[in-house]
Design a protein around this ligand. Structure first.
Ligand code: HEC
Ligand code: HEC
Ligand code: HEC
Length: 406
């Protein structure tokens, strides 16, 4: 692979390293740097930007808290004593040094698809990091989840080990997209529904799931809830900038865009979009929209014109790149209205990237609207302008209000 332009810029900052390394090694390290960005290792392994990869922030799982390990080459507190083979086992089998089993919060169930060649590049890059002494207790789960041997059973039930196998009936581009989405990109970590043990429900791959009180929507080609009506270019725009004609990325996806997908090469984003557009290509039909004379629709409409239409416009079309479109929106049609309740209660600021430094904000309505009013206005936007989705109840909103206060 040719070093990409963004990478050559980054490379300037490590001109020193480039002098010290022979060219093929340098290329491998740069490739590894790119792949570590694609895999978004920093999301979980960097808490303090001044100490890259020296240990992450707490990751809340339904079972308790895990923390991303120190993966700098420090011998005492990082992975300085590891061999490449130890590293490959962590990525592909979820087994750490000395046979320690890793929790699925480290997305090895996706990274297992990564090729040996790509793992070697990531390893070469990690070797060039500044070793940082920073002890991290990754496992902060309560008993019995804290017992790592229980992971043998978990793995047996939830983990399909193995490198990505190309589908020869599909194009090289499609296969590249599948490799990235299923593997390093670990999109399913958030977008695939989970079973009771927190394992992926693979038959519902990328069909939408709740994550940290947000809804990671269906991103298959389903035309109602998924990205079926988005063009390849619109998917690329969203992943590159966090914004397109339809939507503005917020919450965990804003982070993902900012730390990872904005830096993916054009060819890789293209491949991802081609792959997503091929998944579950169905005329996604939602339920019948609620009639305009439904009582929640009537009050919801009045609230919408009073509180929301100034920004989102009376037709729900919004303002391109500033106020997201609510009409014909997969996010608004989502099975679960978690993100919608959250955004109206807590407000939200869209992603800011280099190409779009100041993001517009959605105000919080927690203090000025009752649970019933929020339920009504959301029910209205979910059943207007070509949208159709189940009504939202005041008790749903109340439950979210309580969760956000935790
Ligand atoms: C979604 C969060 C997340 C992402 C993304 C992630 N990791 Fe991890 N990683 C973790 C957690 C949590 C642990 C600790 C797991 C445990 O202790 O069982 C871990 C552990 C590890 C370990 C084992 C360290 C040790 O001391 O045992 C390695 C190596 C590792 N990660 C490498 C990577 C690399 C390389 C990437 C990017 C390609 C990456 N991780 C991306 C969460 C993540
Ligand atoms: C850390 C969790 C997380 C990861 C990892 C993640 N996403 Fe997302 N994604 C979300 C959330 C949450 C949203 C909803 C954002 C919002 O409400 O604005 C989202 C939204 C999206 C959307 C917009 C869908 C819509 O209907 O508006 C697309 C497209 C998308 N993600 C693609 C991807 C791809 C491709 C990957 C892997 C490269 C990925 N995501 C990885 C959490 C994640
Ligand atoms: C001052 C302008 C403004 C007002 C008033 C406003 N919004 Fe927003 N809204 C925004 C902005 C900006 C965003 C994008 C924020 C982001 O993506 O993080 C947004 C995002 C949203 C989203 C998430 C959509 C998506 O695609 O990510 C929903 C749902 C929403 N608003 C509903 C409402 C409702 C309902 C009201 C009235 C109760 C309302 N908004 C009032 C500016 C506004």
């Amino acid at each position: 692979m040719k070093p990409l332009m963004a990478l050559s810029l980054l490379a300037l900052s490590c001109a020193f390293a480039s002098q010290a390394l022979a060219q093929p090694e340098f290329d491998q390290v740069e490739k590894g740097r790119y792949l570590a960005t694609v895999g978004d290792c920093a999301a979980c392994h960097t808490a303090d930007p001044a100490k890259p990869f020296a240990g992450g922030i707490a990751i809340k799982t339904p079972f308790g808290t895990l923390v991303g390990a120190n993966i700098t080459p420090d011998t005492a507190t990082g992975i300085g004593n590891w061999t490449y083979d130890d590293f490959r086992r962590a990525m592909s089998e979820g087994i750490g040094h000395d046979g320690k089993r890793l929790y699925g919060a480290m997305p090895f169930t996706a990274y297992t698809k990564v090729t040996d060649e790509d793992n070697r590049a990531i390893w070469a890059y990690l070797q060039t990091l500044q070793p940082i002494n920073n002890p991290v207790e990754t496992n902060q789960l309560p008993f019995p989840f804290s017992v790592r041997t229980s992971l043998m059973v978990w793995n047996w039930m939830n983990f399909d080990k193995g490198v990505y196998q190309p589908d020869m009936t599909k194009s090289a581009e499609w296969n590249r997209g599948a490799y990235l989405v299923q593997g390093l990109g670990h999109c399913g970590t958030c977008h695939t529904p989970k079973n009771i043990l927190g394992g992926d429900k693979n038959d519902l791959f990328l069909q939408g799931a709740e994550v940290e009180n947000w809804w990671a929507p269906n991103i298959t080609a389903n035309s109602h809830e998924g990205v079926g009506r988005w063009t390849i270019q619109e998917i690329k725009d969203y992943l590159r900038t966090g914004v397109n004609r339809y939507d503005i990325a917020s919450g965990p996806m804003a982070e993902e865009v900012k730390h990872s997908s904005h830096a993916w090469s054009d060819a890789d984003l293209q491949a991802v979009a081609v792959y997503l557009k091929s998944l579950g290509k169905t005329e996604g039909k939602g339920p019948e929209p609620l009639p305009a004379d439904n009582p929640q629709m009537v009050t919801g409409k009045a609230i919408y014109f009073d509180r929301c239409s100034a920004c989102h416009t009376s037709s729900g079309k919004g303002e391109k790149n500033i106020f997201p479109q609510l009409a014909s929106s997969p996010l608004i049609n989502a099975r679960e209205p978690v993100s919608l309740m959250r955004v109206v209660l807590a407000g939200s600021r869209g992603v800011d990237t280099d190409s779009r430094p100041t993001a517009p904000a959605m105000p919080s309505f927690a203090a000025t609207m009752t649970d019933q009013q929020i339920a009504d206005v959301l029910t209205y936007i979910r059943n207007s302008w070509d949208n159709a989705a189940p009504a939202v109840s005041a008790s749903d909103v109340q439950a979210m209000r309580e969760k956000l206060q935790e």
